[in-house]
Structure formats: C-alpha cells, structure tokens
Design a protein. Structure first.
Ligand code: ADP
Ligand code: MG
Length: 258
C-alpha cells in the first residue's frame, strides 16, 4: 500500500513560518572618508519564532552593532533586514517605533531611572504607565515578574539600594514584562552570579518555548550555552559558523558554513 502524503504533512515539514529575523547580504560601516570602517560583511541569517540563538565572537567583532541593527536602533545601509515581517531598510521613523514596541532589549548598561523604584522602572515599559498609574494590573504584573527573577523582596527599592546583579535583573524584568515577540540581549548575565544567571536564562527559555518568543543573545557565559538552539559565531564582521545544537531530528551537533 502506498502511503498518501497529505498536504498537511507537507506544510508541517516545510519552513512555511516567516522568520522573526531575516537578513540578506547585510553590510554595515561606521564613519566616512578617512574614518570609514566596515564592521559587518555580507551577513545572511534566518531566525525562526521560538528559537534561542546565542551569538558569540571576540570583542570588536560586530556583535553589538548587529544587535542594534536588528533592534531598529541603527539605520540599515546596505542589504535587507526583515524583523517581525517588516523590512527595516528605508523604513520611516514612525514605523521603526512600531517595530521596537515588539522587541524587548536587555543591554549591558541597564539604564534604570534612579528616582524610581524597581517596580516603577519595570512599569515604565508597560503600556498603561504613566497614563493610568493607579491601575493595579501593570503594578502587580511588574511585581510578579520581579518576583520570578528573585527580587520579590526588593520590588519597592530604588536602584541605589540594589546590587549590580539586582539592577541587571530589574532591566531584564523591564524587557520581559510586555511579553515581546523578540528579545535582544547583550551579555544579560555578565553581572550575575551563577544561580541568578541560570534563573534568568531559564525564565527566558520558558518564555521562548511557551509563547513562541525569539531570543537572540550575545554571551561569553559558558554556563548558559546549553539553552541555545543555535550558536552563531561572528569573527571580524563575518558570520563564520552556525551550530545547530538542539534539533528534534538529530542529537548530533551539525556544523555547516554559511
Ligand atoms: P562587539 O559588540 O562584538 O564587541 P561592536 O559592534 O561593539 O563589537 O564593534 C564593532 C567594531 O565597530 C569595533 O571595531 C568598534 O570599535 C567599532 N565601533 C563600534 N561602535 C562604533 C561607533 N559608534 N563609531 C565607530 N566605530 C564603532
Ligand atoms: Mg558588544
């Protein structure tokens, strides 16, 4: 008996889902004339919803530049960059703001407001603040995520009363509270001890899998590499290798050149 292949099966097997991030022939330089310096060379990359991708590479290799381009924080100069279905090249300021609303940023500098408590800092990124500050929902939602990140006792403290690691966790809570579709994180666990770092990535991993959130994370932290579905490596502005570490198809680590 021949096995009929249903259209459903074919669709399930083909990567019909639109990538969260789709990069084609992307080049980027800083400066002009004598100061011209190209830092990204012909980058091609697809990242799918729910994937956790770790970006590694030596200092100065262009990791932060690539992350800020994907985050619509820099202007695309050459090539194509689609983020959450939207081409960023030549996109107007208003539309760039719309794209950014669906992205949670966690950068090295945590940029907290020092006059606000941890909870208020997190509330800054909920839609209802400050228009409806009395609303219970964003306040408890903010306290909730802070508690999940181990800051339940520190919800109403201001940053000067928090350690470096605690401040970084407030910044992480701020990025996660709106359940963004894409999280861009630049060394999010660098200032954290082993247990806090693990708690943070476990929460991010849970969100990625349960809510189909895409995570692109720069890290040198060997302790958290195991959360990655893929590890990509940037060297002198070139994407050198792409290791698929977690697949349903094979347990082997497959390495291929891009
Ligand atoms: P990484 O995050 O991998 O350390 P970056 O993206 O920060 O790398 O930097 C890549 C290269 O671009 C480095 O040589 C850096 O000195 C340079 N660079 C970064 N930001 C700027 C800037 N604003 N102006 C000029 N050069 C920059
Ligand atoms: Mg960097």
């Amino acid at each position: 008996m021949t096995t009929a292949i249903s259209i459903d099966n074919l669709q399930a097997e083909s990567p019909s889902t639109e990538p969260s991030v789709r990069i084609r022939d992307l080049n980027f330089h800083y400066g002009e004339g004598d100061l011209f310096k190209q830092v990204l060379f012909n980058i091609n990359l697809d990242i799918y919803p729910g994937q956790i991708v770790i970006l590694t590479g030596p200092s100065g290799s262009g990791k932060t530049t690539l992350l800020t381009l994907i985050g619509a924080l820099r202007t695309v100069q050459d090539g194509s960059l689609r983020v959450l279905g939207q081409e960023l090249r030549n996109l107007g300021a208003k539309n760039l703001v719309q794209v950014r609303k669906n992205i949670g940023f966690i950068f090295q500098a945590h940029n907290l407001f020092y006059s606000l408590t941890a909870r208020q800092n997190v509330m800054m990124s909920t839609d209802l603040y400050p228009k409806d500050i009395s609303d219970i929902a964003p306040s408890s939602r903010s306290a909730d995520i802070l508690t999940k990140l181990g800051l339940g006792e520190r919800v109403d403290y201001k940053p000067h009363a928090l350690s470096g690691g605690q401040k970084q966790r407030v910044a992480i809570a701020r990025a996660l509270v709106n359940h963004p579709r894409l999280i861009l994180a630049d060394e999010p666990t660098a200032a954290l001890d082993k247990k806090s770092g693990r708690d943070v990535v476990t929460l991010m991993q849970k969100m990625a899998k349960e809510e189909n959130i895409t995570i692109l994370m720069v890290t040198h932290d060997n302790r958290i590499l195991d959360v990655a579905d893929r590890i990509i490596n940037l060297v002198d502005g070139n994407l050198e290798s792409d290791n698929v570490v977690n697949t349903d198809v094979t347990n082997d680590t497959r390495t291929f050149m891009l």
